[in-house]
Write a protein that binds this ligand. Structure first.
Ligand code: NOJ
Ligand code: CA
Length: 705
């Protein structure tokens, strides 16, 4: 049961401060522990502003707030503080599936009303929620006589940083998040140089801005990450960077078609602008700030979805072994092939099968301008008997995962949502992977603008009505709305494994995932598609490879969170490889998660307890540097023996020289065990920890270094 305590310190009181008492026009609110503090104030020209301190030290200096409109004067200066209210919440809520079962939602809230002193006397509330692990604030525009419709040209929310922090960033692209991360100081951020990316079908980077989450480390060792929560009916926020003053400012994604960035009718609220703050890098991963800032769940029953591992008729297309289309003569999605994958899944404790290229239209997929009406989402190719595959999957206890590639023609998809989901319902299919490769039609709209945000939401809500869970590729970024809409189970929104198969720049370098864990993963679940065993992709792609060891591929099942985790490689790459046992065993839904160590861009180790069992799993990954990491297994229950199976890099393993060199060791451990994980360059370690049976106690020895 959720426990909820609400204290109202002060009901909304309309307080008018005389202009001469400006120094008193500040309102303070702090986190429950008092460490994180926010001050709201009026800057000299009567512009609302805020600043943030942590442990008494300023981390965001005076930063102003405001808006520009198309047909109305800006909301900037000339305002007064017209009222305030405070509130505190301390409650627990349960995730239907997730990184952990119970989540604490504990914050102090300050809502301040700022009103113009003249003219239409327009006003808005700034609402701050301050947690021990960060904060969120948003604008609320209540119904008012002076403001009815708002064509927003931009939102001007500032984040005045205090120094030239180290920063892990990717360019503020209006169309795609599939970029490598860069590691520079704030002064070195140069998004413009990332334009015209050779590996991306679409990209639009108009400013020196960054996408969020963007993560930083201060000289004192404090970690900061900026993002947003609860993005609905509004554009994605990128952050424009001033390299000299270290000022970040919101830069909303726009629409060339409309010429403004957001169209709103009052009353409305913006998404939360968020800042996660932690003294350790791992604390960022453990923070549940982004989901906490979302509303409670809207779906009464989600029992129709179960977290699962899955295989796919997928990697074989990316390797060029088969193709999505039929005209090539190498069609992958045949009835026979699907049955072979189903057999493999059923034999290996893998619950799902994704089939791409099952529907007609792929001959006209990438690189075509006239993509409207190409895909219909209900017509299978003649060599794919969808009813028979669904029947066979049911017989074998495997769930089919539907695939809807829209080729970025969302209007075509919108028109067919009901027919598409009705077919899924008929076949008993409860999840869909959607895709939006290419430039959005109509021209002038971008993947991350308000128009598309509304499209993704419409798909999600329609899917929910048909009991369908959505895993979107080329998505809008995750802002924690899975709390409200749990059927948004996962998404891509990063450079996934697929880049290793075909990118012309060498694929994802070994540092990619140790950065992703502290940036993109703070937003929410990732469909990264781990588990490639044929690291060198031979014989299919002589010029490409995965840039990790095999042991790291196993570790990713634990390190990267998603309630659907792909065993991405071809069945023949797994056959007779003893490392497959880890994929069979590993959980996908968690009671608890603990980050044992980590540094952004370097390494991270996470332990997770499977929900509904006593089993624990541990994953550890490193960048291009090999390292030995000491870990304590004190997350295990005291006094209980566990049989550990450790899948580790072999002595000479190396992501490039010798990536499939691994060892498997079994031993007994307990809460007192301390061990050393030896990670090769680009390597990793994965460990399953199962309560020891009588047999284990007889057969296994205690862990020794
Ligand atoms: C891009 C997606 O990321 C990939 O997973 C998918 O196979 C292709 N689009 C085709 O839809
Ligand atoms: Ca993609």
């Amino acid at each position: 049961m959720a426990r909820k305590t609400t204290f109202t310190f002060l009901a909304l009181a309309m307080l008018a401060f005389p202009a001469c008492q400006q120094e008193q026009e500040a309102l303070d609110v702090s986190s429950p522990s008092g460490k994180l503090q926010v001050r709201l104030l009026l800057a000299p020209q009567g512009q609302p502003a805020y600043l943030v301190t942590y442990d008494g030290k300023t981390i965001i200096d005076t930063s102003t707030l405001g808006f520009e409109f198309r047909d109305a004067p800006p909301l900037a200066g000339g305002m007064e503080l017209a009222g305030q209210a405070q509130n505190s919440i301390n409650e627990n809520w349960e995730m239907p599936w997730g990184e952990q079962r119970m989540v604490v939602n504990h914050y102090n809230e300050l809502s301040a009303t700022f009103r113009e002193t003249s003219g239409d006397k327009r006003y808005y509330n700034i609402v701050f929620r301050v947690y021990d692990d960060g904060l969120g604030f948003r604008y609320e525009f209540p119904e008012q006589p002076g403001l009815k419709e708002a064509s927003i040209m931009d939102e001007n929310t500032q984040f005045q940083l205090t120094d030239d922090h180290s920063c892990w960033w990717q360019p503020g692209d209006w169309d795609i998040y599939e970029h490598l991360y860069n590691t520079t100081k704030i002064s070195g951020i140069d998004a413009i140089s990332k334009r015209n990316h050779p590996n991306l079908a679409q990209t639009y980077i108009p400013e020196n801005a960054v996408n969020t989450p963007v993560t930083m480390k201060t000289a004192e060792g404090l970690y900061l990450s900026f993002h947003e929560a609860a993005l609905y009916d509004y554009p994605d926020m990128t952050l424009k960077v001033d390299n000299h003053s270290f000022l970040l400012q919101s830069e909303l994604v726009g629409s060339d078609r409309l010429g403004y960035k957001a169209e709103k009718t009052v009353p409305f609220t913006t998404p939360w602008r968020t800042l996660q703050v932690s003294e350790t890098a791992g604390g960022l991963i453990e923070s549940r700030l982004i989901v906490n800032l979302n509303e409670p769940g809207k779906l009464d029953d989600v029992s129709w979805f179960k977290p699962t591992k899955y295989v796919g008729i997928w990697w074989e297309m990316h390797l060029g072994k088969s193709s999505w289309d039929m005209a090539s003569g190498r069609h992958g999605a045949t009835t026979e092939n699907a049955k072979a994958y189903i057999d493999f899944a059923a034999a290996n404790n893998i619950g799902g099968l994704l089939v791409e290229g099952w529907n007609t239209g792929w001959e006209h997929w990438i690189g075509f301008e006239d993509r409207e009406g190409v895909f219909d989402f209900v017509t299978p190719y003649p060599d794919y008997n969808i009813e028979e595959v669904a029947r066979y999957a049911r017989e074998k206890g495997v769930q089919l995962i539907m695939h809807h590639e829209t080729s970025a023609a969302p209007r075509t998809y919108d028109q067919q949502l009901d027919t598409a989901f009705a077919l899924m319902k008929k076949l008993g299919i409860h999840s869909v992977k959607t895709g939006y490769v290419g430039k959005i039609i109509p021209k002038g709209e971008y993947h991350h603008g308000q128009w598309m945000v509304n499209h993704y939401q419409r798909v999600l809500e329609t899917a929910a009505r048909y009991q369908v869970a959505v895993n979107a590729h080329e998505p809008i970024k995750d802002t924690g709305i899975r709390r409200t809409w749990p059927n948004f189970i996962s998404r891509e929104g990063l450079r996934g494994q697929e880049f290793n198969a075909w990118a012309s720049d060498g694929g994802n370098p070994p540092e990619h995932l140790p950065i992703v864990a502290f940036t993109r993963m703070l937003a929410g679940p990732i469909d990264y598609t781990p588990g490639i065993f044929n690291i060198k992709l031979s014989p299919y792609k002589p010029d490409n490879q995965v840039n990790t060891t095999l042991a790291q591929q196993l570790a990713l099942y634990v390190v990267i969170y998603s309630p659907i985790q792909m065993a991405a490689d071809l069945p023949e790459s797994y056959q007779s490889n003893p490392a497959l046992q880890f994929i069979r065993d590993v959980g996908v839904d968690w009671e608890r998660s603990e980050v044992l160590n980590g540094e952004v861009g370097d390494f991270v180790t996470i332990a997770r307890q499977e929900r509904g069992t006593d089993k624990w799993f541990l994953g550890s990954i490193t960048d291009e540097n090999g390292r030995n990491l000491r870990v304590k297994l004190d997350f295990l229950p005291a006094g209980k023996q566990y049989a550990a199976t450790l899948y580790a890099d072999g002595p000479d393993a190396h992501w490039n020289e010798d990536p499939v060199n691994f060892t498997i060791r079994k031993f007994l451990v307990g809460a007192n065990t301390e061990m050393e994980l030896r990670l090769a360059p680009g390597g990793g370690a994965a460990m399953s920890l199962l309560p020891a049976t009588e047999e284990d106690l007889q057969a296994l020895k205690a862990y020794e270094e």
